[in-house]
Design a protein around this ligand. Structure first.
Ligand SMILES: *Cc1c(COP(=O)(O)O)cnc(C)c1O
Ligand SMILES: [Zn+2]
Length: 426
């Protein structure tokens, strides 16, 4: 396994409560560093914390007095205590919208909420995860920020690098939506299109990490992945705090690599262990597009392994055919008595329009996937409409305008009243 040790002594690394990296498969522990795979079994490494000094009520007060961004949860993240003062994009604390109109339309009576992450600095949830990886990159002395991206991550890395004074060079499939390409390029870093799909891009990045050409490069979702992934916990923290330090009964979460879903579960478990919320059952539902549904297919077939697919869907931000966290998503969906479901491209577009029409939220295709899956799961009786349900919208519809092409003018008229009246709108 290629191991870069830019900062050779991990003793000097201050990443707050992060104590070590531990293997999700065999539990083997290694010091904090830019590594992502276990040297014993090649399992994925994740952050192990030392939360032992925390008093529940003090912690709650400290969080509530914190900034209106993810750094209010700094005591629970792999970041230094003074992170809020460092140059970064300060994402998070996005609205939890009580979606009463959508609830009425879908027949939900137990309370329906949309966690709307489209308002983050680069208009997707990816700012949360990049902010963690940036702190790790600083700690390990990297000078270039990089990633393999389905689109949103590229923009988030470009912007974070610009703010923090890093060079950036990011890799995407060459045929992404124009909005995502412009978003990724505008911050002035290098943007490289690769002739292939996301899984090809990811493979390329793994090769680059092992090559001298990648020396000094922090790939947020590859060699910094254990740190990056923790950013998704903040979605869980915010949802619980915004519900009044309460767990929802049901969550509907999109799946690309499956990292977000996995870490939302980790965040909810931490809140329970820390005593910040009352322990009660919750169900996590994973959402995919039919054109890239490897986890959903495995769930329905009762399999423990995920068979890779070649993606073909308008939900490009979720188009990962070989999702790294797929098996863990299956575990969580089954453990919590949730499910994984998928919807067609047509249902995605309908759901984007439904959310916009009912709640004034313009979601990207990933939000169409979660809302569409929510609708499908209610219709099939899998999701309980009498329970508190949170649906994630993780990105902004302005980046995926092509998906709703054809939406436009109701009428074109001459600038006079007669012409307006002829148009049949009064
Ligand atoms: C990246 C992304 C996700 C989730 O990605 P995971 O790899 O599963 O963590 C969800 N929504 C959008 C819009 C994304 O860009
Ligand atoms: Zn291991």
């Amino acid at each position: 396994m290629a191991v870069q040790t830019v900062a050779s002594t991990t003793e000097s690394v201050d990443l707050g409560p992060a104590a070590a990296l531990s293997c999700r498969e065999c539990g083997h522990r290694v010091p904090l560093g830019p590594v992502f795979a276990c040297e014993e079994c090649f399992g994925p490494l994740e952050i192990a914390y030392d939360f032992s000094g925390y008093d529940t009520e003090e912690l709650r007060k400290r969080i509530e007095a914190g900034p209106a961004n993810i750094w209010r949860y700094a005591p629970l993240l792999p970041v230094p205590a003074d992170v809020a003062g460092k140059p970064n994009l300060n994402p998070g604390w996005t609205p939890l919208v009580k979606a009463d109109n959508l609830a009425r339309e879908l027949g939900v009576t137990g309370g329906l909420y949309v966690k709307d992450d489209s308002g983050n600095p680069t208009h997707s949830f990816k700012d949360r995860v990049v902010a963690q990886a940036l702190e790790a990159a600083r700690a390990f002395g990297f000078t270039t920020l990089s990633c393999s991206s389905t689109g949103n991550l590229a923009g988030a890395v470009g912007a974070a690098a610009a703010r923090a004074g890093f060079r950036s060079c990011v890799f995407i499939p060459h045929d992404l939506e124009q909005g995502k390409i412009v978003m990724a390029a505008i911050y002035g870093g290098d943007l490289v299109g690769i002739e292939g799909n996301y899984d090809d891009v990811n493979r390329f990045c793994s090769e680059l990490i092992g090559d001298p050409a990648g020396e000094g490069w922090g790939f947020v979702n590859v060699n910094l992945r254990p740190y990056y992934a923790e950013g998704s916990k903040t979605l869980a923290y915010e949802i619980a705090e915004q519900l009044g330090w309460r767990l929802p009964d049901q969550l509907v979460v999109p799946i690309a690599s499956g990292s977000q879903l996995t870490k939302i579960d980790k965040g909810l478990q931490e809140l329970i262990k820390l005593g910040l919320v009352e322990d009660k059952p919750y169900k996590i539902f994973g959402a995919q597009a039919e054109g890239c549904s490897p986890v959903s297919v495995a769930f329905k077939a009762g399999h423990d392994v995920v068979r890779p697919q070649k993606p073909n869907t308008i939900a490009k931000s979720l188009a990962i055919g070989n999702p790294a966290d797929g098996p863990y998503v299956l575990d969580i969906a089954r453990r919590t008595a949730g499910a994984v479901e998928d919807v067609t491209d047509e249902q995605i577009v309908d759901a984007i329009k439904l959310l916009a029409r009912t709640e004034g939220i313009f979601a990207e295709t990933a939000g169409g996937v979660t809302v569409g899956v929510t609708r499908k799961l209610i219709e099939s009786g899998v999701l309980d409409p009498t329970k508190t349900t949170v649906v994630l919208n993780t990105g902004d519809g302005l980046k995926t305008l092509d998906a709703v092409a054809g939406t436009g003018l109701t009428a074109t008229i001459r600038p006079n009243l007669d012409s307006f009246k002829e148009a049949g709108l009064v």
